[in-house]
Design a protein around this ligand. Structure first.
Ligand code: GTP
Ligand code: MG
Length: 310
């Protein structure tokens, strides 16, 4: 948002909550690993659209079987964006889903992985799904329904009827509430779950995000802003600024199945806070240069990220 600009007044009208209807949810367990396509028609009134599922992976080989087993059939494409995993992530993905496209990300971080996945996608709709088993891909049709009902951006929330989490710590819950409240105050939005990364949207809106998938990783090891976990906040704020219609969709977050989180609540929470402030107050001043397509400081010292657990 530009300096001095008022919070987006239209946004509260454009923003609504969608808790999903159980009748829209498909039956679970419809993975088709043998390549058989059963008739898949979750909606009686509209055809199932072309859906691209983007799955960022960093050492998620042990979780992929579960995630793939929950994917709805009849997807347009599955795109795995790998962050140079050192386990068997790519081999596992190829074995389980030979039809999946594997994309190597251009730099580092989940944000960069998503940017690369969005750039590679060819469907009408993009679903962002984590690979650690926390996001249930069987919920995708519920999000798609919200888009077909008129939303531009279907935003997952753990804090609506039908949603929840078995993964949120008290610290994260409090931080998320504070950060969501801050964005709502500054931007006139009504996000109930700013930091939740399960979102589904029309691909035509990707330019609104202003993400840079192309620039190579800087030689000095710095990260471009938006490449980390702050990407979700950045996207949510830009979606609001562009006046897109957002519907929140109830979603249940499960605990990561295997492995360790790459997120550090304090470090990444501070990155989110900084993102909010720069997006709201520093956008016009910062919008030169490649990373500042994101409107943010271009780089972050590598040392801030050096302790990221892998
Ligand atoms: N390609 C790629 N994927 C990443 C990177 N960092 C995290 N991911 C993936 O992004 C998803 C979310 O990362 P997590 O480490 O689970 O972080 P989180 O879900 O925000 O935090 P938790 O709630 O603690 O699990 C997972 O599928 C990770 O494998 C990265 O640098 N590159
Ligand atoms: Mg996770």
């Amino acid at each position: 948002m530009i300096d001095g600009e008022q919070a987006t007044p239209e946004f509260s009208r454009q923003f609504s909550s969608f808790s999903g209807s159980r009748s829209d949810a498909p039956e679970s367990g419809f993975l088709d690993l043998e390549g058989k396509r059963t008739t898949f028609q979750p909606f009686s009134d509209v055809p199932w659209p072309k859906v691209s599922v983007i799955i960022p992976t960093l050492n998620e080989a042990r979780n992929l079987p579960h995630v793939f087993s929950k994917l709805p059939p009849a997807l347009h494409e599955i795109i795995i964006v790998d962050g140079h995993s050192v386990d068997d992530t790519i081999a596992t993905a190829r074995r389980l889903r030979p039809d999946a496209r594997i994309v190597k990300q251009s730099r580092s971080g989940k944000g960069n992985a998503l940017a690369c996945g969005f750039a590679a996608a060819t469907g009408d709709i993009i679903a962002m799904v984590d690979a650690d088993g926390s996001a249930d891909p069987a919920e995708i049709p519920r999000f798609v329904r919200a888009l077909l009902d008129g939303a531009d951006f279907a935003k997952g929330t753990r804090f609506a009827a039908g949603g929840g989490s078995s993964d949120l710590t008290r610290l994260r819950r409090a931080g998320n509430r504070m950060l969501s409240g801050l964005v709502n105050l500054l931007c006139g939005t009504r996000y109930s779950d700013l930091c939740y990364g399960y979102n589904v949207f029309w691909r035509r809106h990707v330019p609104v995000f202003g993400l840079d998938a192309e620039t190579p990783a800087p030689a000095d090891g710095t990260w471009l802003w938006g490449d980390g976990f702050e990407v979700e906040t950045l996207i949510n704020m830009r979606v609001a600024r562009a006046g897109l219609t957002v519907k929140e969709v109830a979603s249940f977050e499960h605990s990561r199945i295997h492995g360790v989180s790459n997120l550090n609540a304090v470090r990444d929470g501070l990155r989110v806070l900084r993102t909010i402030l720069v997006e709201r107050f520093g956008y016009s001043r910062k919008r030169s240069g490649h990373a500042s397509a994101a409107g943010l400081p271009d780089r972050q010292p590598a040392r801030e990220l050096a302790n990221r657990s892998r």
